[in-house]
Every structure is written in structure tokens, then in C-alpha cells.
Design a protein. Structure first.
Length: 73
């Protein structure tokens, strides 16, 4: 599985667990909503800086973000 898709799916999973919309997440992370959508769909190569912004907005650390079965393969 493509790493961009894995990261996007992880963001979507955490966002839905936090009961946030893409708009809510984009506001909290100070990123554009269309950017969040394209990252979740695996269409963007997201930087580690933006992954950190997204993780912070979701209330998780980078360790927690990457602590997922998909990333341990």
C-alpha cells in the first residue's frame, strides 16, 4: 500500500474518532480544507511539518499517530 494512502487513511481514522469534520480539522491545523481532503485521499505528498500540525489538531503525538498496524509492516 502506498505510504501517502496509509497516512491519509490514518488521518481520516483519527479525525472520525475525534468526531471532527474536514473543515474542523483544517481550522484546528491551520490548513486548507481541500488540502486535508486531498491528503486523506492519498493524492498529496504531505510534509512532516503538516503531519505534526494535523496530529496536534487531533490531540495525538507523532508517536501515537504512527503507532498503527499499517505503519508496523
Amino acid at each position: 500500500m502506498d505510504v501517502k494512502f496509509k497516512i491519509g487513511q490514518r488521518i481520516k481514522e483519527l479525525r472520525e474518532t475525534a468526531n471532527m469534520s474536514q473543515k474542523d480539522l483544517s481550522y484546528a491545523a491551520d490548513l486548507d480544507r481541500s488540502y486535508i481532503a486531498s491528503v486523506e485521499n492519498g493524492q498529496r505528498n504531505v510534509s512532516i511539518v503538516n503531519i505534526e500540525k494535523i496530529a496536534n489538531a487531533l490531540g495525538v503525538t507523532l508517536k501515537q499517530f504512527f503507532n498503527d498496524a499499517e505503519f508496523s509492516k
